[in-house]
Design a binder for this molecule. Structure first.
Ligand SMILES: Nc1ncnc2c1ncn2[C@@H]1O[C@H](COP(=O)(O)OP(=O)(O)OP(=O)(O)O)[C@@H](O)[C@H]1O
Ligand SMILES: O=C(O)[C@H](O)COP(=O)(O)O
Length: 422
């Protein structure tokens, strides 16, 4: 049964792939998103929620008789979390209960030879897709279909399955190139996200409050511009580095040390866009106090008197944001409130997530880092909570944007699944 994309397009599922083409004995290229929080000191994976989520799709394809080659990115070149996927392979093995072979290659001769020798029931995890320089280029599906990445791998497979909802907003080769060449379908994580979010994406569900934090401020500014242009949000509660940028945009003194943090991350260049959004009436709240680090000990400091390095929001901000969330019908959260890799700075995120789930709203939580807070609080099964594997992708989808990865699957269906196109 295909899933629908905003009641406009049709996207085939694994059932459709089996029904119209047959999976038994085939070789499938499966794109998942197991981009996970990494401990900067040890390189260990801090949260395996995404790996656990995608394991069901891997297992199902094997049970249906396919040989499965799995690919994902991890981090971005130059960042501390840009690592090889060898540790991800061990966790994929643990959560699938099946043997997973890892190869430290993506499109080279070693990877291609390993793919050719696979038998039905085998699972091979390729290395970090972003080791291939083409993978960080945003371009059209047609252009990526002619990339070295796609032209080297596509001929080795019968089908492509995209399970990476969390990367669907990236028009990169491993996301949009293969559906041009191969019969393609959504994996079970992708299918579940689309079903839940399309149901939830009801513009009448008001007031809608977005709690946005974390460190991907470039992404968040773009998302805020879409949300504001589409009138898709009633209130934004800013935390993390997002909050710090908007405080500077509002003319609030965040202290020299924190200004330097924003500058070092190249975020001050976003000030004009932040100011333009505020000028156009963006309904964005910023924190009134923070947990800061002052000579290596933790302080609570209020705005107007910030001396230390901001690491988390403070108790007054938690209280203020909690009151606002009590009025919401839909709450969307992405990006932690603080540097949650450090246990001293998880409190703000824990308190906000708990307050959201205990409010009367339906809550959608996205992003790798916040998912680890949900797991820690044991909230995953709550009826009013959808834990999305997506971060930026989730927000752009809810803001009404067409995600390239989804559009590519829908377009591929028109070519390979005429039976589904009414
Ligand atoms: N005040 C702060 N100062 C510096 N870094 C911060 C601060 N608050 C949060 N962060 C950092 O934000 C990062 C997470 O941001 P990110 O936008 O990736 O969130 P996410 O929920 O993982 O979203 P996605 O899954 O899309 O990556 C963490 O590494 C955390 O240390
Ligand atoms: O964590 C995410 O949001 C996705 O894995 C996408 O990662 P990216 O922002 O590095 O493309």
């Amino acid at each position: 049964m295909p899933c629908s994309l905003r009641n406009k397009h049709v996207i085939p599922t694994i059932d459709d792939l089996d029904k119209y083409f047959g999976i038994k004995g085939s070789k499938i290229l499966l794109r998942i998103d197991i981009n996970s929080p990494i401990d900067p000191k040890t390189g260990d994976i801090l949260d395996d929620s995404r790996i656990r989520a995608h394991s069901a799709t891997v297992r199902e394809l094997v049970e249906r008789g396919a040989a499965v080659v799995v690919m994902s990115h991890q981090g971005r070149p130059g960042d501390s979390d840009f690592v090889s996927l060898d540790k991800h392979a061990r966790l994929l093995e643990k959560h699938t209960g099946l043997q997973v072979r890892f190869i430290d290659d993506v499109i080279g001769p070693a990877a291609r030879e390993a793919i050719k020798s696979l038998q039905p029931g085998d699972i091979l995890l390729l290395d970090n897709t972003r080791l291939v320089s083409e993978e960080i280029i945003e371009a059209t599906p047609e252009k990526h279909a002619e990339s070295i990445f796609v032209t080297r791998l596509a001929p080795l497979f019968n089908y492509y399955v995209n399970d990476a909802f969390a990367t669907a907003h990236r028009s990169q080769p491993s996301i949009v190139g293969f559906p041009v060449k191969l019969p393609s379908a959504a994996g079970r994580v992708m299918e579940k996200e689309l079903t839940a979010l399309s149901k939830l994406y009801n513009p009448e569900e008001r007031p809608r409050v977005f709690v946005l934090g974390g460190g991907k401020v470039h992404d968040t500014i773009r998302i805020l511009e879409h949300l504001h242009n589409n009138g898709a949000v009633d209130r934004i509660l800013a935390t993390g580095l997002v909050a710090e940028l908007f405080m500077v945009a509002k003319g609030i003194n965040i202290g020299e040390a924190n200004l330097r943090v924003l500058e070092a991350k190249g975020l001050l260049s976003l000030l004009p866009r932040a100011r333009r959004l505020l000028l156009r009436g963006l309904p964005l709240e910023t924190p009134v106090d923070f947990r800061t680090l002052v000579d290596d000990h933790v302080e609570v400091e209020t705005i107007g008197n910030i001396k230390g390095v901001i690491k988390d929001i403070g108790p007054q901000t938690v209280k203020m944001y909690t009151e606002i969330m009590k009025e919401a019908r839909l709450i969307v959260m992405r990006g932690p409130a603080g540097v949650i890799e450090d246990p001293r700075f998880r409190e703000g995120s824990r308190e906000l997530v708990r307050a959201a789930v205990e409010s009367n709203a339906y809550v959608i939580v996205g992003g790798g880092h916040l998912n680890s807070i949900i797991a820690e609080l044991g909230l995953a099964g709550r009826p009013n909570l959808h834990v999305s594997t997506g971060g930026g992708a989730l927000l752009l989808f809810l803001a009404g944007e067409d995600l390239p990865g989804l559009t590519a699957l829908a377009k591929s269906a028109e070519k390979f699944f005429p039976q589904l196109i009414g």
